[in-house]
Design a protein around this ligand. Structure first.
Ligand SMILES: NC(=O)c1ccc[n+]([C@@H]2O[C@H](COP(=O)([O-])OP(=O)(O)OC[C@H]3O[C@@H](n4cnc5c(N)ncnc54)[C@H](OP(=O)(O)O)[C@@H]3O)[C@@H](O)[C@H]2O)c1
Length: 318
């Protein structure tokens, strides 16, 4: 099969397409013929070597959608030909930018008819991230106020929709050019993250009970300033919050909670994926595909995921 691999850590130029053997699924795994894989910032961290997954050469990519090709002996509930999607690969095991992937069955869910492979791949990692942040960690409830930083991003645009679907009032930030489209995703208030009076305008929209923050290094003090008493702040970014809350007095006086999380720790990925699949099928969450790339342009896709601005997700179609 054709698979994208890096044989050494470095820039996007270390990515190449190799012809390698198809993986054999273990007893608890599925072999999936990959129709779409999504690109995430974490793929670039693994490629650069800032976190090192398994031994090189390594296949990047966490998300996939495709058709089941073979079913491991111990796997129930899936059959050859099923349309599925999944995430959580590319870290403890090889990734998804390949024609086939062997995946543990507990990181997979069925993709409903009418939901495209590209949508399945696009929603998987960012959807599980948004779910773990807003539902598992923050316990977001209807009519609470939720601030999502970066509502045009991969995580952000799904988090806005998930929060709105729970009945929360969503405030989000994004570049001006995306505001109309993010309004349509269900945000009640969309603000330019570059405006000088951002804190005042967030407060005017309602002090948030929950904050989803992908740049805690930049916004920890901001979050503490605008948050409601007892607010829950979940940090997902690649942050180094060296100062900690000791230097943010509002965190103590408002009794704020801050949680740093990793999507890869989600205990039951397939259960979350199943809920996301239902939400997409019901039109509650619409993953936006900004651009698609063939397998031999994954280097460009990884360059763009860090260097370009877009609304939604970049997807690879082998
Ligand atoms: N912990 C986890 O489990 C987990 C899971 C997924 C992602 N992440 C991390 O979360 C971050 C976001 O991931 P992603 O996939 O959503 O990335 P993404 O698709 O590249 O989105 C990043 C967003 O940040 C916006 N942005 C840039 N500067 C900003 C600022 N000063 N204030 C607010 N927003 C700003 C960008 O908007 P413009 O394009 O308009 O500048 C863009 O929409 C990354 O660091 C990623 O590694 C962590």
């Amino acid at each position: 099969m054709r698979a994208v691999r890096f044989h050494e850590h470095g820039g996007p130029e270390v990515l190449q397409v190799d012809d390698i053997d198809r993986p054999e699924p273990d007893d608890d795994e599925l072999l999936v013929s990959v129709r779409a894989a999504a690109v995430n910032p974490v793929d670039t961290y693994f490629r650069e070597g800032s976190y090192s997954p398994g031994d090189l050469p390594w296949i990047p990519g966490s998300d996939f959608a495709g058709a089941v090709e073979a079913v491991g002996a111990d796997v129930d509930g899936f059959a050859e030909g099923d349309r599925v999607f999944g995430t959580g690969l590319g870290n403890d095991r090889p990734g998804t930018c390949a024609e086939y992937v062997a995946t543990p069955a507990d990181r997979v869910a069925r993709l409903p008819e009418g939901v495209g492979f590209d949508e399945g791949a696009a929603v998987a990692l960012v959807g599980v991230t948004a779910w773990r942040a807003l539902v598992d960690h923050a316990g977001l409830e209807p009519a609470e106020r939720c601030l999502v930083h970066g509502g045009s991003g991969g995580v952000g645009h799904v988090a806005v929709q998930l929060a709105a679907a729970t009945g929360a009032r969503v405030t989000t930030t994004a570049s001006e050019r995306y505001h109309d489209r993010i309004d349509a995703l269900g945000a009640r208030t969309v603000l330019d993250y570059a405006r000088d009076d951002l804190a005042d305008t967030v407060r005017e929209a309602g002090e948030p009970d929950v904050v989803l923050d992908h740049r805690l290094d930049d916004y920890l003090q901001f979050d503490a300033d605008v948050a409601a008493r007892g607010a829950r702040i979940v940090g997902i970014g690649n942050e180094d919050v060296a100062a900690g809350f000791d230097n943010v007095p509002a965190a103590r006086s408002k009794e704020l909670t801050v949680t740093l999380m990793s999507m890869f720790n989600t205990p039951d990925i397939s259960a979350v994926l199943a809920r996301l699949a239902r939400s997409v099928a019901d039109g509650k969450i619409a993953p936006e595909i900004a651009r698609s790339y063939p397998l031999d342009e994954v280097d460009a896709a990884q360059r763009d995921v860090i260097g370009e601005s877009f609304l939604g997700k970049l997807v690879v179609e082998p």
